[in-house]
Design a protein around this ligand. Structure first.
Ligand code: XUL
Ligand code: MN
Length: 344
């Protein structure tokens, strides 16, 4: 039995299209995905605003809420919660140069409209978390905007969201790059700095994705640990990433087992989930994956977490203490490797 509750987004079961090629799998309906997620052992769904309400730009505020209520009915049918809503600002023609930090005032206003609507949708779905993955919020051409101005615009935008709803929580999901060149809020440290600068830091925290930390050249378990130490790790996206290249969203633990083990270990040691936080799996199937295997990467990732929870439960803290006292770090390192290889 896992100590965690798991969540997943509809985008984690996708058709396989990427920048270099078209789809390789057929489309699965939202309801079918939710049904399968629940069968696999997930207890919550994550949403972008337009995952819940497609074509929302064409709808009135009331119509958007009405559509969201229909989605809530589907969630209820399968006994699934909604974890968060994230405004998908990077796909829209209004946000070609970013959203909250766009150089266009009109586009910044559009970004706020989507943020407010995301809060409305979250409320209809019964959740109090908004995730900001700040895609396109930065510079492609460094001289186009001041990083000082852009950082302040982000803080301003978050303050407006906090004003709009007195109990909503904002989780920034930091990423150092992709699809833009230089981002404004690249690590958990940045997230904590931005949080502290808002009008209510107690409602602004972070969601750490393993791959994003790796893209920043950092160890995800330390990013997780930093967020936990600040009491502000309110979500995680576990996955894996083979080095500093394009965003891969690989199944959890398949590239770096020791790093994956340490993520699970630090979450367990700090009782992550005690306040209702979920372990999200932001993983994507490979393009070569067939229709029949559309969910295999999710099953594999769940099984990796379960297996690593078992390994963490068997971790010998007495031996660890002994090794640390005698500075036998070589011994401790080999112990971890043997534990992970099944030799212990
Ligand atoms: C992008 C990413 C997103 C966010 C949600 O790298 O991780 O899927 O998790 O917007
Ligand atoms: Mn993510």
């Amino acid at each position: 039995m896992s100590r965690f509750k798991f969540s997943v987004g509809p985008w984690n079961v996708h058709e396989g299209a990427d920048s270099y090629g078209p789809a390789t799998r057929s489309t699965i309906s939202f309801e079918e995905k939710v049904k399968k997620f629940s069968e696999l052992g997930f207890s919550a769904v994550q949403f972008h605003d337009d995952d819940a309400v497609p074509n929302m730009n064409d709808l009135s505020e009331e119509e958007i809420k009405e559509e969201a209520r229909k989605v809530k009915t589907i969630l209820d049918k399968y006994n699934m919660a909604a974890e968060f809503v994230a405004p998908r600002l990077w796909m829209d023609p209004h946000t070609i140069d970013g959203g909250f930090m766009s150089t266009s005032k009109e586009d910044r206003e559009f970004a706020m409209w989507r943020a407010y609507r995301s809060i409305d949708i979250a409320r209809e779905l019964g959740c109090d978390k908004i995730v900001l993955w700040l895609a396109r919020e930065g510079t492609l051409c460094a001289e186009t905007k001041s990083p000082v101005w852009a950082t302040k615009k982000l803080i301003e935008a978050i303050d407006k969201m906090l004003d709009y709803d007195a109990t909503i929580k904002i989780l920034i999901e930091p990423k150092p790059n992709e699809p833009i060149d230089r981002s404004i809020c690249g690590t958990m440290g940045h997230v904590m700095g931005v949080s502290a600068a808002t009008k209510d830091p107690s409602r602004v925290g972070g969601l750490l994705e393993s791959a994003h930390a790796i893209l920043a050249g950092l160890d995800p378990s330390h990013e997780i640990g930093f967020g936990l130490a600040m009491g502000k790790l309110w979500g995680v996206h576990l996955n894996d990433q083979n080095g500093i290249k394009f965003d891969q969203d690989k199944s959890f633990g398949v590239e770096n087992l020791r790093q994956a083990f340490n993520q699970v270990k630090v979450l367990l040691e700090n009782n992550y989930g005690a306040n209702g936080e979920y372990v999200g799996l932001d993983v994507k199937a490979m393009r070569t994956t067939t229709d029949e295997d559309s969910y295999k990467h999710l099953e594999n990732s769940l099984n990796m977490v379960y297996a690593l929870e078992e390994k963490a439960a068997r971790f010998d803290y007495e031996y660890q203490k002994k090794c640390v006292m005698s500075r036998d770090f070589e011994g401790l390192e080999m112990y971890v490797m043997e534990l992970l290889m099944g030799l212990k």
